[in-house]
Design a protein around this ligand. Structure first.
Ligand code: MG
Ligand code: ZN
Length: 214
């Protein structure tokens, strides 16, 4: 009898993502692919997270933006290793862009690497970069219709951070609907409500992150 081996044919991006993943696991670094639309608070969350975890974990960051170095400068001020990727127009990071900058990071010294993707609710969710988990942020100012309009990112994410909850009194937004729709798309998604501005809810997020990394 002849055994038929069915193997998934990986496209070029998936192959490089696997290479990255091997490099990360050999170095013992846990990797988060952080995604959101522009302005949801990725860099602000990173600043809060680094402040909360810096004593217990060695953290590194890759910043993805179409142009500019503002975000990398913000992270650099916190004294953690950071590399800025400018995609030059591309609206997401891919595995090869990450692969190219890995020599610029002290991976062996890191416990956690956060890859801040380009602000975009669509295609970042389609490209693996070698991460352990994808995590997304949605600010309540974006409205409660986003899970059902952009389902893939919610389906792909291990956790959803609902940010800017301090704005709730000023907005006609149904946060319970965001939760309900996100859970209908991804029943195991872990949801946090927080405000990077006031700091409310940030401790619970950081505590969960520590359990992921241990
Ligand atoms: Mg940013
Ligand atoms: Zn894209």
């Amino acid at each position: 009898m002849k055994l038929k081996v069915a193997s998934k044919i990986l496209d070029a991006n998936d192959r490089i993502a696997q290479d990255n993943r091997r490099i990360f696991s050999d170095a013992g670094v846990f990797v988060i692919n952080l995604m959101s639309s522009p302005g949801a608070g990725k860099t602000s969350l990173l600043e809060k997270t680094i402040a909360g975890l810096k004593k217990s974990l060695d953290i590194g960051v890759i910043e993805g933006d179409i142009t500019g170095t503002d975000d990398a400068e913000r992270i650099n001020r916190l004294g953690v290793p950071v590399v800025q990727i400018n995609t030059g127009g591309a609206c997401h990071l891919d595995a090869n862009m990450i692969n190219v900058v890995l020599p610029d990071l002290p991976l062996d010294e890191l416990d956690l690497l956060v890859i801040e993707n380009v602000g975009n609710l669509v295609c970042p969710a389609e490209f693996k970069v070698g991460e352990d988990v994808k995590i997304m942020i949605l600010s309540i100012a974006e409205g409660h219709d986003k899970p059902l309009k952009y389902p893939l990112m919610f389906q792909e994410s291990t956790a959803l951070i609902i940010n800017k909850i301090d704005l709730r009194p000023f907005l006609d937004v149904d946060v319970d609907k965001i939760r309900k729709d996100a859970l209908s798309l991804n029943p195991s998604i872990k949801i946090f409500e927080l405000s990077c501005k006031t700091g409310e809810g940030v401790d619970q997020w950081i505590a969960w992150l520590q359990t992921l990394n241990s």
